[in-house]
Design a protein around this ligand. Structure first.
Ligand code: R5P
Length: 280
């Protein structure tokens, strides 16, 4: 049986309620909970944008289903906090593990997600206490890029080693990203010192693929780098398009095209997860 969240209604019709109390507390309601009792249930619920509220809504729904003795799988196309799988400074939280344990302890038997940052390959995994099925959209991105490059040959490159698994299958190379310390102020952001990778790209088309574009810092520097290497036409593709601040504008003005999947709804979502979801 399927439970579809209102935040998934761009893909499937929603069949339970999410609201907020006047003070902002989350409200969830499964209208016909009785019929789910003891059944295998797949919950489709996005955990981004508004990741903290969305996580709380997920916990409330999953606990309801756990109480009703359901066997719960959850489809969350993007897993928030997945970049905090390592600590940089002493005393930091390894939040990726905290979130995975929270989902598992609440009652998720398996999480199905796309290009989970800390897994870096497709397949079935256990991370912390959570079982995860990780599906990659890299092939779908490359397929679409073929059309964008009018079937001309193109090189596939990732902006850092972490995303190398997205390009290896296509004979792609990876640049190396060097991050510095956290910036001053309230935003926890480690600036990018530089991106290295001296590839001879003279007259070649290049597709840069990263698992996510957040502030755009990585992708913008990667585009500059391949242009320095002589690239002809440059395309940018990502699975999870946050496109924060003015990053989409900046990318559109430096690259020939930019697109993403719809794991996170965004303005340039051209690769749809619907087909893959139907096959689950
Ligand atoms: C991190 O290693 C990820 O793979 C992305 O490269 C990174 O999160 C992108 O962030 P931003 O767009 O802020 O550079």
């Amino acid at each position: 049986m399927q439970l579809i969240s209102p935040n998934f209604s761009d893909i499937l019709p929603a069949n339970f309620e999410i609201k907020a109390f006047p003070d902002g507390d989350s409200y969830v309601r499964i209208l016909d909970l009785e019929k789910y009792k003891g059944k295998d249930v797949t919950l489709f619920h996005r955990l981004y944008p508004n990741q903290n509220d969305s996580l709380m809504q997920a916990i409330l729904i999953i606990r309801l289903l756990k109480k009703a003795k359901c066997n719960v799988s959850m489809v969350a196309p993007y897993l928030p906090y997945s970049r905090q799988d390592k600590t940089f400074l002493e005393g930091e939280s390894k939040s990726a593990e905290v979130i995975c344990n929270l989902l598992s302890e609440s009652g998720v038997k398996k999480l199905i997600t796309f290009d989970c940052h800390f897994l870096k390959k497709e397949g079935e995994f256990k991370y912390g206490k959570l079982n995860i099925k990780n599906i990659s959209l890299s092939r779908a991105l490359v397929e679409l890029a073929k059309q964008k490059f009018n079937n001309e040959h193109f090189e596939v490159i990732s902006p850092d080693q972490g995303a190398s698994y997205l390009v290896e299958e296509f004979g792609g190379k990876s640049m190396k990203k060097i991050r510095g310390d956290y910036i001053e102020g309230q935003e926890a952001y480690r600036k990018i010192e530089r991106i290295e990778g001296d590839f001879d790209l003279g007259g070649k088309n290049v597709l840069i693929i990263d698992d996510m574009v957040s502030t755009g810092g990585t992708m913008v520097k990667a585009v500059e780098n391949v242009k320095k290497g002589g690239a002809k036409k440059v395309g940018c593709a990502t699975i999870h398009g946050f496109f924060l601040k003015d990053s989409l504008q900046r990318l559109k003005s430096s690259a020939d095209f930019v697109f993403a999947s719809d794991t996170i709804p965004n303005e340039v979502a051209e690769v749809n997860i619907r087909n893959l979801i139907d096959k689950l």
